[in-house]
Structure formats: C-alpha cells, structure tokens
Design a protein around this ligand. Structure first.
Ligand code: CDP
Ligand code: MG
Length: 244
C-alpha cells in the first residue's frame, strides 16, 4: 500500500445515458475517498479495446453482450457519437479497495440487497436470449468498472492510458523512451511505414516500459506475455480515419 496505489474506473454507457456521471464523480471525490485524479479521458471504445479489457471473460455466455454494452451499442444504438465511456485513474492509499467498496457487488440486484447506497445498486440486470428466445445468461448493466486488484489495475491503466495522459509526477509504472518507429496495419506490427498504417510510437515518444518490451519482442517474432492488441488498442481509440 502506498500513496501511489492506482485504480482504473470506467463510467460505463448506462451511467452516461442515465445522467449519473456527476453522481459517480461526487461519490468518488477526494473529500469522500481521499483519492486524487491522476488521469481522465473520454474514450470511444473499440471492440479491440473492450475485448482486451474483458479478456478474462472471453467465451462466457455474457461476453458478446458485455462487449456490445461497453462499446455503447446497447444504450446508444443509433448514436455513434455518444458511444463512449469516461475512463479515470484514481490515485491514493488503498485506491483499489476503496473504489471497489463504493462500487459494490457486480450484480445490481445483489448490490441492492447487500449494500443499498453503493453505486451499482442503481444498475439493472437484463436477460440474454438466443435466436430461439431461450435464456442463455444475464447482462449486468452496473454503471461503473473498478479494477479488482493492484495487478489488474496496472494491466488496465496501461491498456487505457498512455504515459502522457497522466502527469509525470503521478506515474506509478515505469516508462521508457522509444528509440524506433512502430507502425500497425491489419493486425500486424511493422518497424517500417506502409501506406495507411498507423504510427504507434516514434523515436522520442514515451511508452510504458512493459509495452515497449512487448513491442520489441513481437517485432522480433519472440514470444511476448502481452498481446499486440493489448498494447496498441489505446493508440487506436478516438482515431478518425475512414479507412480504419
Ligand atoms: O466488474 P466486476 O469485476 O465486478 O465483475 P466481472 O465478474 O469481472 O465481470 C465484468 C463485467 O461483466 C461486469 O461488471 C458486468 O458488467 C458484466 N457481467 C455480465 O454482464 N453478466 C454476468 N453474468 C457477469 C458479468
Ligand atoms: Mg472484474
């Protein structure tokens, strides 16, 4: 535990739809939690970022519905401009535990029973049905994501935020300056520019050390513990390229 403990919060599309953003910010404010903002951004969530963020749930019955939910396709079906979340890094002693407690249990019905007053007590549960109309699971629209452990917080903060999105004095994880170019196109990483590729990093850019090491391994065809998508997803959000 240290003053550098950090946690990732996502204000999910159902919270934006129901105008609960201010309520969530107030509930998590420094006055109530002792936690400070380290970073905040509006993110148009791509399915790449959503699938990487929730990779532990891949293959579960609710996974496709969860991806639709967090990418805003359920609450803002025909409003692509509103398909977004607010991502925040909170920092301070015990950040993960404090925000998890205020958020409450994953299932909003359970949250209402066990912890009335927690944020997720205001959420809803929807049955998921297959083409035949049979119930295959349930989707929990629970307004907020909060990292579940310090390890998850590190993985998630690095996945959603570039180092430069966070003031240097609030960096909790090691960074490095890139000495080379990395480009991305059609699922592949390249050290050389190809037409329509996206420049992920250029010499002089600051990256998370673990991301840079992952990119170097992937570029050299060596096994990497982090996937290419998990590293680059944050570089591809909020892009406005018709060809992407
Ligand atoms: O978010 P949390 O860590 O509390 O729960 P999780 O078990 O990691 O699940 C991630 C998210 O998937 C939840 O916050 C829910 O939005 C969603 N979920 C769902 O829709 N249906 C379930 N049966 C379980 C989870
Ligand atoms: Mg979780």
């Amino acid at each position: 535990m240290s003053n550098f403990d950090q946690t990732l919060v996502l204000i999910k599309p159902d919270a934006l739809k129901n105008s609960l953003t201010g309520y969530i910010f107030s509930t998590l404010s420094e006055f109530h939690t002792g936690l400070r903002f380290a970073g905040a951004k509006i993110v148009h969530v791509t399915s790449m970022l959503a699938e990487e963020h929730y990779s532990e749930h891949h293959g579960k019955p609710f996974f496709p519905s969860l991806i639709e939910y967090v990418t805003g396709q359920i609450h803002f079906k025909n409003e692509p401009e509103n398909q977004r979340v607010i991502a925040i890094v909170y920092m301070g002693r015990n950040a993960v535990k404090k925000v998890r407690e205020i958020s409450g249990p994953t299932n909003p019905e359970k949250a209402r029973e066990e912890k009335p007053g927690c944020i997720r007590a205001l959420g809803t549960v929807h049955l998921i049905k297959n083409e035949k109309g049979e119930i295959t699971g349930d989707r929990m629209d629970n307004l907020i994501h909060a990292s579940a452990s310090d390890e998850e917080a590190e993985r998630e903060i690095k996945m959603w935020f570039k180092p430069n999105d966070i003031p240097p004095s609030m960096h909790a994880y090691e960074t490095r300056q890139s000495e080379q170019h990395f480009y991305y196109k059609n699922g592949k990483l390249s050290e050389n520019y190809l037409p329509q590729s996206v420049c992920i990093l250029a010499p002089g850019d600051i990256a998370w050390k673990s991301d840079l090491e992952g990119l170097q391994k992937i570029a050299n065809n060596q096994p990497s513990s982090i996937t290419l998508q998990a590293i680059i997803a944050k570089y591809l959000v909020n892009e406005n390229r018709n060809e992407m």
